[in-house]
Design a protein around this ligand. Structure first.
Ligand code: GDP
Length: 296
């Protein structure tokens, strides 16, 4: 499971602090040094780590930690709050259009989990009594359309497709019309990815964006790719104005760096986390719960 290494290291650091009867300033500094190392080893962006430690220290001084009866506990509480802040503070909800349909554009590199996540998101929306329409705009990856159709069948959601010979911009435009005519209150547009970011891909995404004017642009990133995922996010964000991120594969052996860095580096909140291949393994992302999970 994600964060295991980081969680066990931090729990170890704070366990030592909690176990002490009297905590000296030196103990706190030592703990902060270990926290810093643990974050770096978890592949958190080094600038993010630096700022994080500075903020924790600032709060600790502000709260006069050493004068409290339980300095260890106070420090843990501060780290918990800062970790929560780092991941966005409060839960960031999916946007909703004033007038339906709400259009959600999914973007990301090939293999990040876009198509799977589109299906999972449709399922989540169905649970909230919505009527999502899935749109197959990835006409390049062989079998992507079929994959979306199978997902749609599995959950009983309609899939709009015009095959792989029509321009994705046209498909997206027609899909919105279709949604309006069929009372679909959400439209999830699954776009094409590439193995690497390239200009043709970005150009197509920008055109789809300009055509459907999405209420939400979600970048799907594979948490297993660590810092690379954050670089990908930065680069998509500079071109597409993302409104949120979906982190996938948090069930894998990820070190957690992407989850902890992406909000700070791009300013985009993590809106959902996917933790498995199953259709119901997508959850709204709660920064506070994730922080508590990491600190044990
Ligand atoms: P796309 O190219 O971005 O559309 O990626 P796909 O949706 O086809 O996903 C690529 C692979 O990642 C598939 O084998 C998915 O089953 C898998 N996948 C997607 N999300 C998750 C996840 O949260 N956990 C795990 N373990 N696998 C995932």
């Amino acid at each position: 499971m994600a964060f295991e290494g980081l969680a066990s290291r931090l729990q170890n650091v704070f366990g030592k602090l909690k176990g002490k009867g009297k905590v000296s300033e030196e103990d706190v500094s030592e703990a902060m040094r270990e926290v810093r190392l643990a974050l770096l080893e978890a592949d958190v962006n080094f600038k993010v780590v630096k700022e994080f430690i500075a903020k924790v220290k600032e709060r600790a001084i502000g709260q006069d930690v050493m004068k409290s009866f339980t300095p260890g506990m106070v420090i843990i509480d501060i780290v918990n709050k800062e970790l929560t802040e780092l991941m966005g503070g409060t839960q960031s909800k999916l946007a909703k259009a004033n007038k339906p349909p709400t259009v959600i554009m999914m973007a990301g590199l090939q293999g990040a989990g876009k198509t799977t996540t589109s299906g999972k998101l449709a399922k989540l929306l169905q649970k909230g009594n919505h009527k999502p329409l899935l749109v197959a705009c990835d006409i390049y990856r062989p079998a992507a359309i079929k994959q979306l159709q199978i997902l749609g069948e599995q959950i009983g959601a309609p899939v709009f497709s015009m095959g792989d010979q029509t321009n994705p911009v046209e498909i997206a435009r027609a899909a919105i019309q279709h949604a309006k005519e069929n009372n679909n209150d959400y439209v999830i547009v699954d776009t094409a990815g590439r193995l690497h970011i390239d200009e043709a891909l970005m150009e197509e995404l920008k055109q789809i964006h300009a055509t459907v004017k999405p209420d939400e642009v979600l970048l799907v990133i594979d948490a297993m790719t660590g810092q690379d995922a954050v670089n990908v996010a930065e680069s998509f964000h500079s071109q597409l104005a993302l409104s949120g991120v979906v982190l996938t594969k948090l069930d894998g052996d990820t070190r957690g760096g992407a989850a902890l860095s992406v909000k700070a580096v791009t300013g985009c909140p993590i809106k959902f986390a996917a933790m498995g291949e199953k259709i119901d393994s997508l959850e709204p992302f709660h920064p506070d719960r994730m922080a508590s999970r990491i600190l044990g």
